[in-house]
Design a protein around this ligand. Structure first.
Ligand code: ATP
Length: 234
């Protein structure tokens, strides 16, 4: 496994946000973690990027224990997070936003990678000179994804990419994530929109009040009666 979370717990003061959470993501997999508002999804991602203290358990990346590694070290190892909300720099051009993704790596091959992003998402090529703030919400989310990819991560952590997007744009963004998966990117996707996330995931986990309560293939979780009634409103 590329990423292994073993028995992880985390607290905010006396509030326990995560209890004994175990999740694994293999190279090339798209794994989804779904759960309602407040289930602990963002907390788990913050533990993975080193922004939130862990009170029990450990995190392994490519076999190395990174439980207490700094956020900077994790980025260097190839863990890249796309935070909740579209955090693009509105006044900067689309291309400058993409270039910002490369500041931590040594300059080579940036134009080749830019070209690769533009080929994957032609709309970004079309609008490369426009301020990022003029893109639609879905395109900004696409840009945030591509900016993270410019750092050549080994695993991409996505926090609620559908947050605040209209249903049509949500479809567009999940199509983009699926394209990345098909091209071999390893992705850990955290989402409240269980239907969309499990629909593209190879495997999924259901998080409920800080604990993993179910895990299966994405397709089987979508068929699961408990998931249907609690998370899909069926
Ligand atoms: P959302 O979909 O709203 O982002 P989530 O599944 O990501 O929800 P978290 O934000 O990880 O959930 O929150 C998990 C639990 O931890 C919740 O009970 C929340 O109230 C609590 N919590 C989150 N941040 C803090 C904080 N800074 N201080 C205290 N409690 C917090």
């Amino acid at each position: 496994m590329l990423l292994e979370i073993e028995g992880l717990s985390s607290h905010y003061g006396r509030i326990q946000a995560l209890t004994d959470v175990s999740v694994s993501v293999d190279e090339g997999e798209l794994v989804a973690l779904v759960g309602a508002n407040g289930a602990g999804k963002t907390t788990l991602l913050r533990c993975l990027s080193g922004l939130q203290p862990v009170s029990g358990g450990r995190v392994l990346f490519d076999g190395q224990d990174i439980t207490s590694a700094s956020p900077q070290k994790r980025v260097r190892l190839g863990i890249s997070q796309v935070p909740e909300g579209r955090q693009v720099f509105g006044p900067l051009s689309v291309e400058d936003n993409l270039r910002l993704g490369t500041v931590r790596r040594r300059g080579k091959d940036v134009s080749r990678d830019l070209d690769r992003m533009y080929t994957r998402f032609p709309v970004l090529r079309e609008k490369r000179k426009q301020p990022a703030g003029t893109l639609s919400g879905g395109q900004q989310q696409m840009l945030a994804l591509c900016r993270a990819l410019m750092s050549q991560p080994r695993v991409l952590l996505l926090d609620e990419p559908s947050m605040g997007l209209a249903p049509l744009l949500t479809g567009e963004i999940f199509d983009s994530i699926e394209i990345l998966k098909e091209q071999g990117t390893t992705i850990f996707l955290v989402e409240q929109n269980a239907f969309a996330a499990l629909g593209i995931a190879s495997r999924g986990y259901v998080l409920d009040t800080g604990s993993v309560v179910l895990t299966d293939t994405g397709a089987d979780l979508l068929r699961n009666e408990r998931v249907k009634s609690a998370y899909l409103g069926i």
